[in-house]
Design a binder for this molecule. Structure first.
Ligand code: GDP
Length: 327
């Protein structure tokens, strides 16, 4: 048995990819990342640099929509574990680019599963599924048994990827697991997501750089955890003898309004003096509330979260204050 485990991560330059890479490196893994050529290549490893790990990653050029590139990368990286985190992951953009979202988020996962089946069939596979698949919720608390009802092209695409993962496990015996993760945030969250948009706005307002913050639906609720806790669950899933599907969540839901209260409150401001609703940020179909049930993950994986919502909001606001003060 080779001493060093090898992991291949897609979406390595995103929030979860960066935290997962950090976790895997701390466990002694050799970490390989699939990276897509992009026009903004100079900022591509910003999150990895923030965590101080950019130079420790083995990068491979490739694209989820190009099966031949994935086959080549499987051959070069020879992974023991594959984490498919790459996606067009912003829900609102999925109405503007529904077909691209399907090509990357749905068929891209199909390509990954094919690449594993053909070129690395012994590798363990993790699929990043999403609580957005519950959409118009069919039960007040969503578990692995709750029926899905996707409400965006993004969620429809994620559902395809989820069922392909289950199907490849059942059809070909792949060790393929699907993590149905509720929203998870951090200082590395993309600015287009509501939590980072709020903490960045709070920091700007606190520093006198702007006065107001325009948001959409303040009454939607999400079960928010910290990405650092959630990538640990991904890794745990691949350490099990049997592959399976798990909901990862905190079991607590809070509204956008609650998040605003906490974030503005952290710097002694009242959100009501600064936040207003701009219809441009409303969505054609909304997911009003998500609340995950992490019981199975707790019982089978021994997973629990460590960071509370309050701690996470404080960390995010402080990081945005620091980031903006450095400029
Ligand atoms: P999502 O759950 O993956 O769609 O994560 P987001 O952070 O993008 O959105 C979470 C919720 O916040 C959704 O219900 C949005 O409608 C709501 N929301 C309200 N205002 C905004 C906003 O200005 N930007 C974003 N991204 N979401 C907003």
């Amino acid at each position: 048995m080779s001493a060093t485990k090898r992991a291949l991560v897609t979406g390595l330059t995103g929030q979860d990819g960066a935290y997962l890479a950090q976790l895997l490196l701390s466990k002694g893994y050799e970490v390989h990342g699939l990276v897509r050529r992009s026009a903004s290549a100079d900022v591509i490893d910003a999150r990895l640099r923030w965590l101080g790990i950019a130079t420790e990653i083995h990068f491979h050029d490739g694209n989820l929509t190009d099966l031949s590139s994935l086959l080549r990368v499987m051959g070069d990286a020879r992974p023991d574990e594959v984490y498919n985190l790459a996606a067009q992951s912003f829900v609102k953009s999925s109405w503007q680019q529904p077909i691209l979202t399907g090509n990357v988020t749905a068929l891209g996962a199909g390509n990954m599963l094919e690449a594993v089946r053909l070129a690395a069939p012994k590798a363990r596979y993790y699929q990043a599924s999403s609580s957005e698949m519950y959409g118009l919720i069919q039960e007040p608390m969503q578990s692995e048994k709750t029926p899905f009802y996707p409400r965006s092209p993004y969620a429809v695409a994620k559902l395809y990827a989820h069922w392909m993962t289950v199907n490849y496990r059942e059809s070909f015996g792949l060790h393929a697991s699907s993590g149905i993760l509720c929203n998870h945030e951090s200082p590395l969250r993309g600015i287009e997501f509501v939590t980072r948009k709020i903490t960045d706005g709070v920091a700007r307002i606190k520093l006198g750089l702007q006065e107001k913050l325009a948001l959409g639906n303040l009454d939607a609720s999400r079960d928010w955890g910290h990405a650092r806790d959630y990538v640990r669950a991904m890794w745990l899933m691949l350490q099990q003898d049997k592959a399976d599907d798990y909901v990862i969540a905190t079991g607590r839901t809070s509204s956008i309004r609650d998040f605003c209260k906490l974030a503005f409150g952290h710097v002694g401001l009242n959100y009501e003096n600064h936040v207003y609703v701009d219809p441009r940020f409303l969505r054609p179909a909304e997911v009003e509330v998500l609340l995950g049930d992490p019981t199975k993950a707790r019982e089978r994986l021994g997973w629990t979260f460590e960071c509370s919502l309050e701690q996470m909001v404080a960390e995010m606001v402080d990081a945005d204050l620091a980031r903006l003060s450095m400029k």
